[in-house]
Write a protein that binds this ligand. Structure first.
Ligand SMILES: [Zn+2]
Ligand SMILES: [Zn+2]
Length: 282
């Protein structure tokens, strides 16, 4: 990094799911900081993917809270946190993972995050009463490197066994859940915690790399990191009638430190296709 703002500073990472394995080397190499791993707080209290603790805040606000707790526990003025979400793609029915890696520098009052968003995830579940189905599911999702979670009946049962990572334990857990089941079924799902899911860990790594590439964009006026597009202005004129459309007219980057502003006109071309025009294509 061509500025030294993070050099030799201690950046806290609050995690008990081994996220330091991907975040620490990348961040230390790029910035010259040292990452301290803080494990004295159970981050599962802020929400779990297995729904036993509901996440009440947004993905970004949960990451902010992790940083706040981490800075408090370790007495540092800068922190980093990762927070993921899993669900369906907004338009097509495929599983979708969004990972963010957030950095907050309290001394500079500066916040920035990297993102990785894609369908590269094994996020899935089945309900079954047959161990053959369990084995097929396990093979499909990349067990035992990717761990499993099992419970009796359905997704909301509070008898839950997490972190299953070998076949003997899987059989034992299946038998136990089946014998405790009222419906005669078990609910089996992928364990999405970072240490339990190498595919997710890869996406956390990509989000960290995205964060670094954003930090590496520096203000042309004062050199502060993170000089990235933070706002867009719509209104690109229609190619036919010249009226403003919803397409982007201008990108705006603003330095958090010196407030220098750069406006980039026409980042997506000089005119918008008439298909985006409310007048030509209502
Ligand atoms: Zn600046
Ligand atoms: Zn038009």
């Amino acid at each position: 990094m061509n500025n030294q703002i993070y050099k030799d500073r201690k950046i806290v990472l609050l995690t008990k799911h081994k996220k330091e394995e991907v975040i620490k080397p990348i961040l230390e190499e790029a910035t010259g900081c040292s990452v301290i791993v803080e494990t004295r707080f159970d981050t599962d209290k802020l929400g779990t993917f297995a729904r036993d603790v509901e996440r009440t805040k947004s993905q970004l606000d949960t990451a902010r809270l992790k940083i706040e707790i981490g800075m408090e526990l370790s007495n540092t003025d800068i922190g980093i946190a990762s927070e993921g979400s899993f669900g369906s793609h907004p338009y097509i029915p495929i599983p979708w993972n969004v990972e963010i890696v957030l950095l907050y520098d309290k001394r500079e009052n500066f916040e920035i995050y990297g993102v990785c968003e894609n369908g590269e995830t094994n996020f899935d579940h089945i309900t079954t009463d047959k161990f053959d189905d369990v084995i097929n599911f396990a093979n499909k999702i990349g067990f035992p490197e990717h761990y499993l979670i099992i419970r009796p009946d359905n997704s909301s049962s509070n008898q839950v066994i997490k972190g299953i990572n070998n076949y003997d334990w899987l059989k034992e857990a299946f038998d136990l859940c089946l014998s405790n089941s009222k419906s005669g079924n078990v609910f089996l799902e992928t364990d999405m915690r970072a240490h339990a899911n190498p595919t997710r860990m890869k996406n956390i790594k990509k989000a960290t790399e995205d964060l670094i590439s954003k930090l590496n964009k520096c203000c042309p006026n004062c050199g502060a990191p993170g000089f990235v597009v933070s706002e867009v202005e719509k209104g690109l004129p229609c190619e036919l009638c010249n009226l403003p459309t919803e397409r982007i007219l201008k990108n705006i980057s603003k330095c958090y430190r010196c407030s220098y502003i750069r406006e980039e006109m026409y980042p997506k071309g000089n005119t918008a296709s008439a298909q985006y025009c409310n007048y030509c294509n209502p």
